[in-house]
Design a protein around this ligand. Sequence first.
Ligand code: AMP
Ligand code: ZN
Ligand code: FE
Ligand code: FE
Length: 278
Amino acid sequence: MRQRPNRVDLHIHSTASDGVFTPSEVVHKAMERELSVIALTDHDTLGGVAEAQRAAVGTDLEVITGVEVNSEGDWGDLHFLGYYVDPENGLLRERLQTMQDARLGRARGMVERLREMGMPLEWKEVRALAGGDSVGRPHVAQALRKRGYVGTTQEAFDHFIGNDGPAYVPRLRLTPPEVIEAIIGAGGVPVLAHPGHYWAALERLPEFVGYGLRGVEVYYPDHSPQEIETLLGLCREYGLLFTGGTDFHGPAVREGAPLGSIYVPFECVERLREAAGR
Ligand code: AMP
Ligand code: ZN
Ligand code: FE
Ligand code: FE
């Protein structure tokens, strides 16, 4: 059999959260694109991982168990990726469940605001669009588009549910130490996601390392070659591993990079495995 090139994408969303494709579809696309290692990193849920791993059985594609968890503190909104976590771990499950529950109440809050603004939606429409465990703003945006209140989901963010939008309702977030602790407690490797979205937070990198942070997502569609060099330098300085991925969601949610479309060195996977004791 022809050896697959070592193509890697360690940041991918599916219908288990706000992605467009099911976990199995993600796996089939990854194989079409001849990737050799992917990680499914849905928001606040591990609910898609088992399906993705089943879909990859008997192939030479590795599907790493992953999750993306937002946090908030005086650092602002930071995202962490957890790799090789044990999906059965009690504390992690409990923290993810808390966030999934909070997402429901918060999405209902946005539906209520939109109704007050003259754009009624049925809660069950939004719930059905979400499907999985993790209801998010992209689902509310899709419902608005289906009703014709907006032409595109982007417009929904721009006018109504973006961070400064009139119908935006914030959601519960853990603090960075709580997120890092839960990932480590579940045997996983915590990595700071897409630091290009919040460069200033990197000043606190030593503090995060103190909580147990093990890596930084260096290779990311929004990071310039120069920024990648800067981030690699920080990783060397603090003894952190580096990862990378596209943050693929599929069409219509957020126009991002196609699955597997950015360069991520295979060394990322080797170091991740080492860090996770695999
Ligand atoms: P939530 O976790 O429910 O607050 O929703 C966050 C998700 O919404 C992100 O992961 C993106 O997929 C999407 N998103 C956030 N901001 C925007 C934006 N300005 N335009 C389009 N999509 C966005
Ligand atoms: Zn998302
Ligand atoms: Fe993120
Ligand atoms: Fe993401």
